[in-house]
Design a protein around this ligand. Structure first.
Ligand SMILES: Nc1ncnc2c1ncn2[C@@H]1O[C@H](COP(=O)(O)OP(=O)(O)OP(=O)(O)O)[C@@H](O)[C@H]1O
Ligand SMILES: [Mg+2]
Length: 248
C-alpha cells in the first residue's frame, strides 16, 4: 500500500531523519515512536508529501495518494474565522466529495464527536480538544485507505481517547492502514501491530510490537523504551528538577 525507502532529511546541516525504511500494508497499524525531536513529524510530512526528503522516496502502490490519504497533523492550525461546519465543508470540497455524501458525513461525524452544538461557532473559540476532534473528522470524512496520525490523542478527553483507540482497531479490521506517530507508549502498545522506534532520526528497532519489547527483555514497553531510547535515570532527573525549582 505504502512504501517508504531510505528516507533522509536534513534541515540545513541538522539531520532530522536518516535511512528510514518501512512498508504499510492494508490492515496494518504501524506505531512510530520516539522522544521529542527524534524525527517523527518530519517523517510524517515526507510521507504526506508536505516535505521533500533529502534522499529516499515514498510510493503508494499505483494510486493517487492524495485521495486515499487521511492526515491528522501535529499542530491544529485551523482557520480561526471559519466555523467547524464551514471548515469541514471546505475540506470535503477540496477532496472533491459529492455534495450529498459530504453533508451527511459532516452531520453524522459532528454528532458522534459531540461537536454538533458547536458547529456554528468559529474555530478560534474551540478548545484544544475540540480542534483536535475537527482534525480527526477532517481526516476521516472521505473514508481514506491510509490514515497518517501525528499524536492524534493530543488534548482529547477520556471518552474521546477510548473512542479513537477503538476506532483505529476497527478501521484496521476493515483493511485500512494506519501510521501512528506518538510518544504515548501505553496507547501505541495497545493499538499497533508493528513498531518502529526512532532515536535522533535513526531507527533503533523495527518489528512486531511484542518482538520489539521481547528483544530488549523488558516486561513493559515503557521500560524497554526508557532503556533503548532515553538512556536517562528518570528518578535522578526528577530529583534535580525538584531541587532546582525549590532552590531559593
Ligand atoms: N522546519 C524545521 N527547520 C529546522 N529544523 C527542524 C524543522 N522541523 C524539525 N526540525 C528539527 O528536526 C528534528 C526532528 O524534528 P521532528 O519535528 O521531526 O521531531 P518529532 O519526533 O516529531 O518531535 P515531537 O515528539 O516533539 O513532536 C529536530 O531536531 C528539530 O529541531
Ligand atoms: Mg512531532
Amino acid at each position: 500500500m505504502l512504501e517508504a525507502k531510505n528516507l533522509c532529511k536534513f534541515y540545513g546541516s541538522v539531520l532530522a531523519v536518516q535511512n528510514v525504511t518501512f512498508t504499510l500494508e492494508p490492515g496494518q497499524v504501524l506505531g512510530y515512536l520516539g522522544p521529542n525531536g527524534s524525527g517523527k513529524s518530519t517523517t510524517v510530512k515526507i510521507v504526506t508529501g508536505l516535505l521533500e526528503p533529502t534522499h529516499g522516496e515514498v510510493t503508494y502502490k499505483g494510486q493517487n495518494y492524495r485521495k486515499i490519504l487521511g492526515y491528522v497533523p501535529e499542530e491544529p492550525n485551523l482557520y480561526p474565522h471559519l466555523t467547524g461546519e464551514e471548515y469541514l465543508d471546505m475540506v470535503g470540497t477540496l477532496r472533491a466529495m459529492p455534495q450529498s455524501r459530504k453533508g451527511t458525513r459532516i452531520t453524522s461525524l459532528l454528532q458522534l464527536f459531540s461537536l454538533w452544538p458547536h458547529r456554528h461557532f468559529a474555530l478560534g473559540s474551540y478548545s484544544k480538544g475540540m480542534r483536535q476532534k475537527i482534525l480527526l473528522i477532517a481526516a476521516l470524512m472521505d473514508n481514506p485507505d491510509v490514515l497518517i496520525l501525528d499524536e492524534p490523542l493530543s488534548g482529547l478527553d477520556v471518552t474521546s481517547v477510548l473512542i479513537v483507540k477503538s476506532l483505529i482497531q476497527a478501521l484496521s479490521a476493515q483493511g485500512k492502514s494506519v501510521f501512528y506517530c506518538s510518544h504515548i507508549l501505553e496507547v501505541v502498545e495497545k493499538v499497533c501491530s508493528r513498531l518502529i522506534v526512532l532515536r535522533k532520526g535513526h531507527v533503533l528497532a523495527h518489528g512486531p510490537t511484542a518482538v520489539v519489547r521481547e528483544k530488549i527483555g523488558k516486561s513493559s514497553l515503557e521500560d524497554a523504551f526508557l532503556q533503548l531510547v532515553e538512556e536517562i535515570d528518570v528518578t535522578q532527573v526528577v530529583n534535580y528538577i525538584v531541587d532546582v525549582v525549590a532552590c531559593s
